[in-house]
Design a binder for this molecule. Structure first.
Ligand SMILES: Cc1cc2nc3c(=O)[nH]c(=O)nc-3n(C[C@H](O)[C@H](O)[C@H](O)COP(=O)(O)OP(=O)(O)OC[C@H]3O[C@@H](n4cnc5c(N)ncnc54)[C@H](O)[C@@H]3O)c2cc1C
Length: 268
C-alpha cells in the first residue's frame, strides 16, 4: 500500500488535512504506537499527517501553579527536563515505566495521551491535567473529557497543562510481567491532597483509563473499614481480560497496590 505523508507546519493546515482525508487518515507524532498497530495490520491508512513541524506543539514552560508541556515533547525529554524534574518528579518516574529507552526517544507525551490508552493517563488524571486541543480553534478541556468524549474526532492535542501537586503525595505504579517491552497488567495512580481529598485512577494497555470515583467517595466517608474500600475498588476497576491475564487477576493486583499505598497514610 502507498502511504502519502504530509508535513504541515501549522495547526490549521494539519486539521484541514485530517478533515479532508477522513476517515482514511491519521495524525502522527513519534509514530511508535502507530508502528505497533501497523505491525498488527490494524491501521492501513493512506494519508499520514506528521505533526512534527508544528512549533506551537513544542517546548516546556512553568509558572508558580502549572507546568505546560508541548504535545511533541518526547518521553525522554520529559524525564530529563529540569523544570519537570523540579515541579513534577512523579511524571519523570512514571515516564521511565513506559516502553523502553529507544522507544522513549521517539514517543511523545501527546501521542501517549491522544491514543486514549497510554500508561501515563492514570497519573495525569489524578493530577487534574488539562489539554489544549485544536479543533478549528484552540480549546482547553479536562483530560478526563478527552478520554471519554467522541466530540473531538480530528482534534489535535497541542499541549498538556498540569497543576503542580505541591505538598500532595502522589503515587504511580505500573504492574507488568517484565521490566520493559510489556503491556501493563495494571496501571494505577493516586494523589492524596493536603486537604485530605483524594484522586484515584487506573487503566491498562487495552482500555481507556478512568478515575475511580466511587472508591474516592468511600475514602472520603468519615468511617470505613479497609475491606469495604477494597471491595469498592474490585467492583469499580474497569479491567478486562486478554490472552495472558484474567480481569479478576488484574483487579486484585491493582486493588492490592492501591490499598498498600493508601494504608501507608493510616486510613481505614
Ligand atoms: C515496543 C513498544 C513498547 C511500547 N510500550 C508502551 C508502554 O509500555 N506504555 C505505553 O503507554 N505505550 C507504549 N508503547 C506505545 C507508544 O510508544 C507510546 O504510547 C507513545 O507515547 C505514543 O506516542 P507517539 O508520539 O509515538 O504516538 P503516535 O504513534 O504518533 O500516535 C499515537 C496515536 O495518537 C494519535 N496522535 C499522535 N499525536 C497526536 C496529537 N498530538 N493529537 C492528536 N492525535 C495524536 C495518532 O493518530 C495515533 O492514533 C509502546 C510502543 C512500542 C513500539
Amino acid at each position: 500500500m502507498n502511504i502519502q505523508l504530509w508535513r504541515p507546519a501549522a495547526l490549521d493546515e494539519a486539521f484541514s488535512l485530517l478533515e479532508q482525508f477522513a476517515p482514511d487518515v491519521c495524525a502522527a507524532s513519534g509514530s511508535t504506537l502507530l508502528q505497533l498497530q501497523w505491525d498488527k495490520g490494524i491501521l492501513p491508512k493512506t494519508h499520514l499527517i506528521s505533526l512534527e513541524a508544528i512549533e506551537e506543539m513544542k517546548g516546556i514552560t512553568a509558572d508558580d501553579t502549572h507546568v505546560s508541556i508541548g504535545a511533541l515533547t518526547t518521553l525522554n525529554e520529559c524525564r530529563k527536563n529540569s523544570l519537570i524534574k523540579r515541579a513534577l518528579a512523579c511524571l519523570c518516574d512514571a515516564v521511565s515505566a513506559v516502553a523502553a529507552p529507544g522507544i522513549r526517544s521517539r514517543a511523545t507525551i501527546g501521542g501517549n495521551i491522544a491514543s486514549k490508552i497510554g500508561d501515563l493517563i492514570p497519573l495525569l488524571l489524578v493530577l487534574d491535567a488539562e489539554l489544549i486541543v485544536y479543533q478549528k480553534e484552540l480549546v482547553r478541556l479536562p483530560l478526563a473529557e478527552w478520554i471519554s468524549s467522541e466530540a473531538y474526532p480530528h482534534g489535535i492535542v497541542t499541549r498538556v497543562i498540569i497543576p503542580r501537586p505541591e505538598g500532595d503525595r502522589v503515587f504511580f505504579r505500573k504492574l507488568g510481567r517484565r521490566q520493559a517491552f510489556t503491556g501493563a497488567v495494571a496501571v494505577t495512580a493516586g494523589r492524596l491532597l493536603k486537604d485530605s481529598d483524594i484522586r484515584l485512577a487506573a487503566g491498562h494497555a487495552d482500555i481507556r483509563p478512568k478515575r475511580l470515583i466511587e472508591s474516592e467517595g468511600k475514602w472520603m466517608e468519615p468511617e470505613w473499614e479497609a475491606h469495604e474500600l477494597y471491595e469498592t475498588l474490585i467492583k469499580e476497576l474497569p479491567f478486562s481480560a486478554d490472552a495472558f491475564v484474567s480481569a479478576a487477576y488484574r483487579k486484585k493486583a491493582a486493588a492490592n497496590v492501591i490499598m498498600s499505598e493508601l494504608l501507608i497514610e493510616g486510613g481505614g
